[in-house]
Write a protein that binds this ligand. Structure first.
Ligand SMILES: Cc1cc2nc3c(=O)[nH]c(=O)nc-3n(C[C@H](O)[C@H](O)[C@H](O)COP(=O)(O)OP(=O)(O)OC[C@H]3O[C@@H](n4cnc5c(N)ncnc54)[C@H](O)[C@@H]3O)c2cc1C
Ligand code: SF4
Length: 326
């Protein structure tokens, strides 16, 4: 690990100010991703700003919104009565990730910002445009079984690994961020980026912006929801494909469908074609199969992940069936 300066911030303004003093600083939340990246020499911050004492751990509600503190742990969030009451989809997705020990340390903000698990990204002897812009993409011609089938570019074919964020995407969450006295909210659909020509940039945060909370509209899928994750092992494994679904159903007619997929793209992938097809249709397996086929028609597999297309179709249908049963 490279030497770095350790700063323990006492509140969010102090954390932001410390970051502004050093553009090569990194915020430290639970550390479950950042510390691994530092140990592997993938992240080389000159200063590490510990967020452990700044608060932002509360989960609270207003009439229309539930707000999740950025520093609340994944375990606390998944088990919180407000989350269980209004957003069981989110609880299920969080609990499908990592292990109990990791979820106890991991925070909501850190979860959103975890970096890809592409093995070439972690191996500093290999070319990787995300780690070292301009060096190439070892996965493109290498072993790319876990990689993207939507939205990839010639510069990067990595997928985004979070389970929690797939549910947040289906739920139209907004991310509240703060920097230098100003605040803004970023819609979940605009928060993570496709790789394009700049895969080194995972998301739309500016340097030194601090996530303060995640805002969830109470819309929302109390009854017809599902999170289905397909993976190589039952725990400690990232998704090959995952699907978060929320359906509003009235007299067996789908009034609205919100569907997001994980393990298939560089960001949570909203299945917009499937959503548009399902609106106004009856909630039947036949329509679920058609919607899944429509969504997957545009997928572009790589040399080792053709299987993800059929797997995605089946996972989409199965998630919609689970959601329908309620
Ligand atoms: C063995 C293993 C298995 C795992 N399996 C899964 C899995 O199946 N599914 C899954 O979803 N995840 C999985 N994870 C990932 C885990 O969920 C993440 O490591 C965790 O959520 C990151 O949260 P953290 O608080 O520890 O972040 P940290 O490691 O502290 O930070 C991560 C990044 O976020 C930045 N950051 C943190 N908080 C803020 C903030 N408030 N504002 C701005 N920047 C911030 C940091 O600077 C850093 O860049 C796994 C991890 C491990 C080690
Ligand atoms: S897929 Fe992306 S993260 Fe993986 S080697 Fe290529 S550029 Fe790096």
């Amino acid at each position: 690990m490279n030497p770095f300066k350790f700063i323990s911030a006492t509140d969010s303004n102090a954390a932001i100010a410390a970051h502004h003093q050093n553009s090569r600083a990194a915020f430290l939340a639970g550390g479950t991703n950042l510390m691994d990246l530092m140990k592997e020499h993938v992240a080389l911050p000159e200063a590490v700003i510990d967020l452990g004492r700044i608060g932002l751990k509360e989960i609270k509600e207003t009439a229309k919104v539930v707000s999740l503190g950025a520093l609340a742990s994944n375990t606390f969030t998944a088990n919180h009565s407000l989350v269980r009451k209004y957003f069981p989809l989110l609880s299920k997705a969080i609990l499908a990730g990592a292990s109990a020990q990791i979820r106890n340390m991991a925070t909501n903000g850190g979860n959103l910002l975890q970096r890809t698990r592409c093995s070439y990204f972690y191996d500093i002897s290999m070319p990787c445009n995300k780690r070292k812009p301009g060096s190439g993409c070892a996965a493109m011609e290498g072993f790319n079984r876990m990689h993207a089938i939507f939205g990839w570019s010639d510069h990067c074919v990595a997928v985004y690994p979070s389970d929690m964020a797939i549910a947040l995407s289906a739920m139209d969450a907004r991310i509240k961020v703060s920097s230098d006295g100003s605040q803004r909210e970023i819609e979940m659909k605009d928060f993570h980026l496709l790789p394009g020509t700049h895969p080194e940039k995972d998301n739309s945060l500016s340097s030194g912006e601090l996530i303060t909370s995640i805002e969830l509209p109470k819309n929302s899928f109390g009854k017809h929801w599902a999170y289905v994750k397909v993976r190589d092992r039952n725990s400690y494994a990232f998704a090959l494909v995952s699907v978060a679904v929320g359906l509003q159903i009235n007299n067996n007619i789908i009034e609205s469908a919100k569907i997001a997929m994980g393990g298939v793209a560089h960001k949570p992938w909203r299945a917009l074609k499937a959503e548009a097809f399902l609106k106004g249709k009856s909630a039947t397996t036949a329509n679920f199969i058609k919607a899944a086929a429509m969504e997957m028609a545009a997928a572009k597999p790589l040399s080792h992940n053709q299987f993800k297309i059929e797997m995605s179709k089946k996972t989409l249908v199965s998630a919609m069936e689970v959601a329908l049963k309620g």
